[in-house]
Design a protein around this ligand. Structure first.
Ligand code: FES
Length: 165
């Protein structure tokens, strides 16, 4: 893959507020008790939690924006920064580390030309390092969106990445 280094400029996704209403009102009844599920649904839609969506959500369910940010920053699963269409998670927990996870990560960073936590300029991939995703016997493990790749060799990395547009 041939990409320039990741962009540092933050730009929030364009928000379709009718779509947000579908989530906040129709699916979750404007109910602040459903805050975490609403945040999960918004993140599924945008791959992160866009600022304008959180401000809108706060007004809809009548919860201070600061509380919503408190929840969003408490759980590691939520991201407040724009992320790529495909989330590439490389596990560097102990089992994956001893089975060559570092070599796999090195190969991924070379292939995508980004570091941990960065997104490719075309918005195609975001790279994240995680600590154990619960299938240690398959290490080293790479997860791309919801797909798991166990016992992955560093020479297989590019082929796997290329499956994702
Ligand atoms: S250490 Fe990688 S899945 Fe557990």
């Amino acid at each position: 893959m041939n990409q320039a280094s990741a962009t540092q400029t933050r730009q929030d996704a364009e928000i379709d507020f009718r779509e947000l209403d579908d989530i906040i009102e129709d699916q979750y009844g404007n109910d602040k008790e459903n805050l975490i599920m609403i945040l999960q649904a918004i993140q599924r839609r945008y791959n992160y939690l866009p600022q304008p969506a959180l401000t809108y959500l706060a007004a809809k369910i009548k919860v201070p924006v600061s509380k919503i940010y408190g929840v969003a920053t408490f759980y590691a699963t939520f991201s407040l920064e724009p992320r790529g269409r495909n989330i590439v998670s490389i596990c560097l927990g102990t089992a994956c580390h001893v089975r060559g996870g570092d070599r796999v990560r090195e190969r991924i960073t070379e292939a995508l030309n980004i570091k941990d936590g960065e997104t490719t300029p075309d918005g195609r991939y975001t790279l994240e390092t995680v600590r154990c995703i619960g299938c240690c016997s398959l290490g080293p493990v790479v997860k791309i969106n919801e797909d798991m790749y166990g016992r992955i060799g560093s020479d297989e990395v590019e082929k796997v990445l290329n499956k994702y547009e």
